[in-house]
Design a protein around this ligand. Structure first.
Ligand SMILES: C[S@@+](CC[C@H](N)C(=O)[O-])C[C@H]1O[C@@H](n2cnc3c(N)ncnc32)[C@H](O)[C@@H]1O
Length: 209
């Protein structure tokens, strides 16, 4: 999946932020942003790891609104170039490999889990990168008609997408020790799932249970 996904996002990187403000997308984007803001509930003392950050739509918003430290991670060189232009710290890497040495209070994976082959690997990496009592929010396509349309849209552009149900994500995450907290459906095509972490989970990361 990796190479085709990177190729797809390399092409769209330059206009990614501008397109988010287009008449059609801005409605979806605003609603998703409000939901993620509510679920993450940052304050100025917190830090945010933005996985699959793209050109920085969320990174820029949270950095400006709450003055928090933000690190964006993305596998597309053209996307991280946009992060750089917008003054966001970044790492060029796949979220299936990336583990942070610093622990983050908040982790966001918006619009990226559907592009990874192995979501369990990503959840494990998050567990190793998140602070005790941290919060994770993932934004994923809804299964059903919304997800099918999303998949067709990407298939036409030769970008592979895996639509998984919210239950699947909840099951994988819970198995690793994340605590499911809330689920919201900000738009007909997306759902936002919030997990919390308890100290006990560090044990599971270390022992790989
Ligand atoms: C739909 S965009 C979302 C970007 C951003 N989160 C937003 O909402 O504006 C998906 C992003 O995930 C990145 N991506 C896809 N697969 C990835 C992976 N395995 N590791 C890191 N980034 C990935 C793409 O390069 C792209 O920038």
């Amino acid at each position: 999946m990796g190479e085709k996904v990177i190729q797809y996002f390399e092409k769209s990187a330059q206009d990614y932020l501008k397109n988010s403000q287009s008449f059609f997308w801005s409605f979806f984007r605003k609603r998703e942003l409000q939901t993620i803001d509510f679920l993450l509930s940052p304050n100025s003392k917190m830090s945010l790891l933005d996985l699959g950050s793209g050109a920085g739509f969320y990174s820029i918003f949270f950095k400006n609104k709450y003055r928090i430290n933000v690190l964006g991670v993305d596998s597309s060189p053209a996307m991280v170039e946009q992060l750089k232009l917008n003054g966001i710290e970044y790492v060029l890497d796949s979220i299936e490999n990336f583990v942070s040495s610093e622990k983050f209070d908040l982790v966001l994976a918006a619009g990226v889990m559907e592009f990874v082959d192995n979501p369990e690997k990503v959840f494990r990496n998050i567990l190793a990168s998140i602070a005790p009592n941290g919060r994770l929010v993932i934004l994923v396509p809804r299964s059903g008609i919304g997800g099918r349309m999303y998949k067709i849209h990407h298939k036409l552009k030769k970008c592979p997408v895996q639509i998984r149900s919210a239950e699947t994500y909840k099951r994988i995450a819970s198995h690793l020790g994340f605590n499911f907290s809330k689920i919201f459906y900000p738009t007909p095509i997306s759902c936002a799932i919030c997990f919390t972490i308890s100290n006990l989970n560090e044990f599971k990361t270390i022992h790989g249970e």
